[in-house]
Design a protein around this ligand. Sequence first.
Ligand code: GPP
Ligand code: MG
Length: 292
Amino acid sequence: MTTAPVARTTTVPVPTQSTYQNRVADYWNAEENPVNLELGKIDDLYHHHYGVGNVDWTVLDEADPEVRRERVTAELHRLEHSQAELLASHLGPLTPTDRVFDAGCGRGGGSVVANLRYGCHADGVTISAKQAEFANEMAMKRDVTDKVRYHHRNMLDTGFESGAYSASWNNESTMYVELDLLFAEHARLLRRGGRYVVITGCYNDTYGRASREVSLINAHYICDIHPRSEYFRAMARNRLVPVHVEDLTQATIPYWELRKEADHLVTGIEDAFLSAYRNGSFQYLLIAADRV
Ligand code: GPP
Ligand code: MG
């Protein structure tokens, strides 16, 4: 039997998007919350995740309202940056020749944090064309475009080279996707022995089904928060073996307590997070896993 040669395509540009993914992309293309932009402006590190660590509550004692606002903004940014550093600390050791993959990179802060720490190459992927463009502009401003690149692609189907990555992560982006599809793509991209790290909010199986607060958070961000158990099941099915699990719930509550006091930055979701963490229905978790 003779077979005709198959034409192979080399372009993998635009994600094939479901209606749901279009809605999510619309949200992030339109998103301009001061809590993200004002914090990012401080040092051009734009994060799309929350913070961890103890709060310096003296920021609220400031008498001058303008100075008080500035100090609160800086303090929230410090806590978000600590969270990014915590995640990055689990990616290594890495060298400047290593590549890392930032799945759901937002406006790009996490990839720059990894590059600054390890000198590594980073590929960030976001479903939002606007975020990818913004993140690439920041990389240009920092003069790191030879190493840090952002792509408007689907993190479930990146088109990147198999086994080319030493580490990869999701920083609060797993709640937008099916975990099996996501972890299959991480397992494909990571070399054997590569490290995968996730920080996420998950609902607590011991509480039962998702609480009212978790449902409010889902509605706010158009996402679908997974139960804690599903992370471990899906990792086990996709060659990802946990090596470190850390419950960051207590470490993130102070961030939300301060954010609630920040009249110039609140988005209205602060009470839902605080109640969900306090009533035990929701947990802020870090999982580091090895690709076997
Ligand atoms: C966004 O961060 C985070 C998410 C969309 C994921 C939801 C996270 C959970 C832990 C459930 P952001 O910095 O863009 O949000 P905000 O605008 O509220 O600061
Ligand atoms: Mg934010």
